[in-house]
Write a protein that binds this ligand. Structure first.
Ligand code: KG4
Ligand code: ZN
Length: 357
């Protein structure tokens, strides 16, 4: 089976083509993965401008689809299933990718699968795993979401907890903006943090031991904001060592909370003898974070939990994760009508599948 996936939920336009090597879709071969990032464009505005994003998706997509087919050495008619992100994301941006995939599906007479972007992130760590998707605790940490999910099988999920306000990536980006770092703030804070002292500022770890798997980062963000006037030099600037200390202290606070909550959830699942307790998978843009990856490695090792990390190119938004979920659903006979809607607030468990005979 050959699957073509399109991602256009935010500021990355991406097309990937996969071939399932085996009937179960484990370890598919990536025939093409092309991506056009709009980060430079949105950086000038300090964040994503929805109108600019959708306009650029519509300019870029036809070229990217042609390029992906060329790279894969196939014609669009040879694709067996077309998949596109249906949400969550920016409405007009989602519509561009979704409509393109539906048009190709209609023109080529091939089925269409509507993919939840969060499911794409959630399953992305298993793309390269010989076992395929196994029961696990999934931690999705992206710019828009922080989710703790018990995954029993593809499509069989329980949401254990989430951020009650800002997503982890959003907190990184907002703090980055306060510190006048280039957009997006996450990678910049990650880059500066190793030069700083993570104990210099004692930022709050909200809800750390509240007995739930929910997190909150808005108080942390405000604490950074209130600290800034106290550390500015007479000329209003922040000394480079102070900047690094702020990055390190903020990042440590986010990671402490994520680690605590992940293992609180894992311990609960273990008490219930859930097979998902033995594996932890990290996904989403913040899964690129160097300190988060190494802390999770140490903590998993100490508890005998297997850690599954996505390949670096599959952490931030990409179309390979969309094609992967599209392929897994198609192999299970789950397709969607061309009337399937896009939804900016799509939840992880919203997409209903329509079995096709
Ligand atoms: O998953 P993603 O590409 O987009 C969403 O679906 O939201 O995640 C983007 C987020 C941004 O907030 C970005 O700052 C963050 O991932 N990010 C990082 C790092 N790389 C990307 N955050 C912390 N450390 C990083 N190295
Ligand atoms: Zn994403």
């Amino acid at each position: 089976m050959i699957a073509l996936g399109i991602e256009s939920s935010c500021d990355e336009t991406a097309v990937s083509i996969l071939r399932a090597g085996r009937e179960d879709g484990h370890q598919p071969e990536c025939l093409a993965a092309v991506l056009s990032s709009q980060i430079e464009l949105h950086r000038q505005h300090g964040g994503v401008v929805p109108e600019l994003a959708s306009r650029n998706h519509s300019v870029d997509l036809p070229r990217l689809v042609r390029l992906a087919c060329q790279q894969a050495g196939i014609a669009p008619q040879q694709v067996d299933v077309y998949a596109a992100t249906a949400g969550p994301g920016l409405l007009s941006a989602l519509l561009v990718g979704n409509t393109t995939a539906k048009a190709l599906s209609l023109a080529c007479g091939k089925p269409f699968v509507s993919v939840n972007h969060l499911e794409g992130h959630l399953l992305s760590p298993f793309f390269t795993q010989p076992s395929g998707v196994v029961p696990h605790l999934g931690l999705v940490v992206s710019g828009g979401h922080t989710l703790f999910v018990e995954v029993r099988d593809v499509g069989d999920y329980s949401l254990l907890g989430r951020s009650l306000d800002d997503a982890a990536g959003e907190a990184f980006d907002k703090v980055g903006k306060m510190l006048e770092l280039p957009y997006p703030g996450g990678p910049e804070i990650d880059r500066l943090a190793p030069y700083g002292d993570p104990t210099r500022f004692s930022f709050p770890r909200a809800m750390r031991r509240d007995g739930t798997v929910n997190v909150s980062f808005s108080g942390l963000k405000t604490a950074v904001l209130y600290t800034l006037p106290k550390v500015r030099e007479a000329n209003g600037e922040i000394a480079s060592q102070t900047l690094a200390d702020l990055c390190a202290s903020f990042q440590r606070a986010v990671i402490d909370v994520l680690v605590d909550k992940a293992f609180f959830a894992q311990a609960q699942m273990q008490e219930q003898s859930s097979p998902s307790a033995n594996v932890l998978a990290l996904s989403g843009g913040v899964a690129c974070n160097t300190e988060l990856r190494s802390r999770m490695e140490q903590e998993c090792h100490a508890r005998g939990v297997q850690l599954v990390l996505p390949a670096m190119g599959l952490t931030t938004d990409n179309a390979t994760m969309i094609a992967y979920v599209g392929m897994l659903k198609a192999l299970r006979g789950q397709f969607h009508s061309l009337n399937a809607e896009v939804s900016p607030n799509l939840q992880l468990t919203t997409i209903k599948n329509r079995a096709q005979g």
